[in-house]
Design a protein around this ligand. Structure first.
Ligand code: G6P
Length: 608
């Protein structure tokens, strides 16, 4: 999740300072490099934080307008060369971009043939050359930008500068947010309102498929077909932090609410629906070795470990490869049997968790093929594994992992298709999973839209001091993850349990004060879970059931019911986890805790 910020003013302010200051409030979006361009002073870029960029700014770096960027790499390593702004061949057109250009390879080839020279390995750079190409014909900056954007597939929030018209910024939005700030003889363009608020509270939010032409006293908005759009400015009264949270009370809620977008971004460009295939560019170089592998060991910690456990069910059932799942902290002290026919797959949001990293290093020493499902591009695990899948989930700030898990499960489903279609999975099954994956964003949205009911339930149960979470098969790991979410942010005793294991011990704890969350979607083990719920009800234990929409009979059994839309069994964890995240969130918030920063915990555990 990169951040863009642009400024144009007719006053004594130095655009360089305004931009630098604004970039600092965008740093929460994640950063590996930053850069800016002022037509009057040129470009400056650096890897690392915004403070590094400040140190590199030459004395006298000054201008009245400019564009700036904070990068969180998706395509291309986090280097200075790949940092934005990017320029065209003439050095007259400069651009910053948040998003992913999906057809960048085709465009790059086409433009290279026309004689354009590329400096970076980013998808973004094609945009500058595309505008340059159109400018040759159109002779008009706005028309050239419009024409270029019509050729582009993917997502973007961009700001463009053309040195011949230095007080003008062109901004455009498709899938990545862009907001305009309207000040006195000054205008701003940004990925969110946080860098704008200190200057003005008057903003205009662009919508998808819109382009804005911005000068210090004016802004005009058009659709991509050139039709003019009239939109009134809005006044927002958020502070900077609230703006960073997108107006939500906590990052955790914002990140749960990003679920549909996260699924889309993880899937983007990776599904060949007709062929029933997953196209995973990051695995291409080792596709043959993957095909030959006899076994897979998945390692992770915390939430990533539960993602791995769910992956075990997916991969064994649909790809026919034996899978074991290990906690990073255990793996490194055992004597794991690994060989070149073993795939060692690390799952990690941060890519820096020490135990997971050490597991990968140990696996390498023992000759395994190491793969990663990692959210943070350029992180140590991403760099040290032989190949992998990036989540593209955007940075996660809430300590309790939510959207990263949704993305990890989606990536595991893709990996299952990838391996499965190399092995025993039929084209029909591949097509069925692909079709259903594409429907998931909408289904996650349905759950999110019904969050008011989950909030009420959390309030009803908030006095409980214990909670049991039960599930079977695909939802066995989800029971553990649901319990982990509740304990880590609300500090109550919550326990996950395989539903079938209840009678081997945990059932003894049940009484009228000990509620159970029973994950019971309509799948192949539904009847079994229902029997387990009956056992609990017979001991007077309160039960909240998490069931599939349309299942009314469960209302007679459970005290309360939360619903998820119907989907394939293999994909059901991607839906069932969402109400459990929301339940934990509202429960902890009701208790008045700092949900984003639970006591005693850290977002990334880089020590043993
Ligand atoms: C910490 C975080 C968890 C996370 C775990 C693994 O404990 O609080 O939310 O699941 O680390 O982190 P990773 O970055 O490797 O996914």
């Amino acid at each position: 999740m990169c951040g863009i910020f642009a400024y144009t003013g007719k006053n004594s302010k130095n655009a360089g300072e305004v931009l630098l200051d604004g970039l600092s409030s965008l740093e929460y979006r994640g950063y590996d490099s930053a850069g800016m361009f002022l037509p009057e002073s040129g470009v400056v870029k650096s890897t690392g934080a915004v403070s590094h960029l400040r140190r590199k700014m030459p004395a006298g770096y000054f201008g009245k307008s400019g564009i700036a960027h904070i990068r969180w790499a998706t395509h291309g390593e986090p280097t200075e060369q790949n940092a934005h702004p990017h320029k065209d061949c003439t050095g007259d057109i400069w651009l910053v971009h948040n998003g992913i250009i999906e057809n960048h390879k085709e465009l790059r080839e086409k433009l290279s043939k026309l004689g354009h020279t590329f400096i970076s390995t980013t998808d973004t750079e094609v945009l500058t050359h595309l505008i340059e190409e159109h400018l040759k014909k159109e002779k008009d900056f706005e028309q050239a930008t419009l024409a270029a954007l019509r050729e582009v597939k993917g997502t973007y929030g961009i700001a463009v500068e053309y040195v011949a018209e230095p007080d003008k910024i062109i901004a455009a939005r498709m899938g990545s947010p862009v907001v305009l700030g309207l000040g006195e003889h000054e205008r701003f363009v940004a990925s969110d309102a946080s860098p704008i608020l200190k200057h003005t509270s008057q903003v205009v939010f662009l919508e998808d498929g819109e382009i804005a032409v911005v000068t210090p006293d004016r802004h005009e908005i058009f659709k991509l077909d050139g039709a003019k759009v009239d939109r009134l400015a809005e006044k927002i009264d958020w502070n900077v932090e609230a703006a960073q949270r997108g107006g939500y009370q906590h990052f955790m809620l914002k990140e749960i609410m990003e679920g549909p977008e996260v699924v889309k971004n993880t899937l983007r460009g990776r599904l060949l629906e007709k062929e029933g295939l997953a196209k995973l560019g990051g695995l291409e170089s080792v596709a043959d070795e993957i095909k030959k592998a006899q076994r897979m060991v998945i390692v992770g910690c915390g939430t990533a470990y539960y993602a791995g456990l769910t992956g075990e069910y997916m991969l064994e059932e649909h790809a026919g490869i034996p899978v074991e799942v290990e906690l990073g902290s255990e793996f490194r002290y055992r004597h794991p049997v690994l060989n070149p026919e073993t795939i060692l797959l690390a799952i990690s949001q941060s890519g820096e968790t020490a135990d997971t990293l050490e597991a990968i290093r140990e696996g390498k020493r023992r000759g395994a093929l190491t793969l990663g499902i990692v959210n943070t591009v350029g992180s140590t695990i991403a760099r040290e594994t032989d190949a992998g899948i990036h989540n593209h989930a955007g940075p996660e700030i809430g300590v309790a992992s939510t959207k990263a898990l949704v993305s990890q499960l989606t990536a595991l489903a893709l990996l299952t298709m990838f391996l499965g279609r190399q092995r025993s999975m039929s084209i029909e099954t591949g097509q069925e999973i692909a079709r259903e994956l594409l429907l998931l964003p909408e289904k996650v949205q349905t759950i999110l839209d019904g969050r008011g009911k989950i909030e009420k339930l959390a309030k009803k149960y908030v006095k409980s001091r214990d909670f049991l979470y039960i599930g079977r098969k695909y939802n066995y790991p989800i029971a553990f993850e649901g319990a982990l979410k509740l304990k880590e942010i609300s500090y109550i005793h919550a326990e996950g349990c395989g539903a079938g294991e209840m009678k081997h011990g945990p059932l003894a704890m049940i009484d009228e004060h000990f509620p159970t969350m029973a994950i019971a979607p309509s799948d192949s083990v539904y009847e079994k879970v229902v029997s387990n719920i009956e056992e609990i009800k017979a001991r007077k234990g309160p039960v909240i059931a998490l069931a599939t929409e349309g299942n009314d009979e469960i209302k007679d059994l459970a005290d309360d019911v939360m619903y998820v839309p119907k989907t394939l069994e293999i994909l059901s964890p991607i839906l069932t986890i969402v109400p459990l995240q929301l339940f934990a969130y509202y429960f902890a918030r009701e208790k008045g805790y700092n949900v984003d920063r639970p006591r005693n915990l850290a977002k990334s555990v880089t020590v043993e």
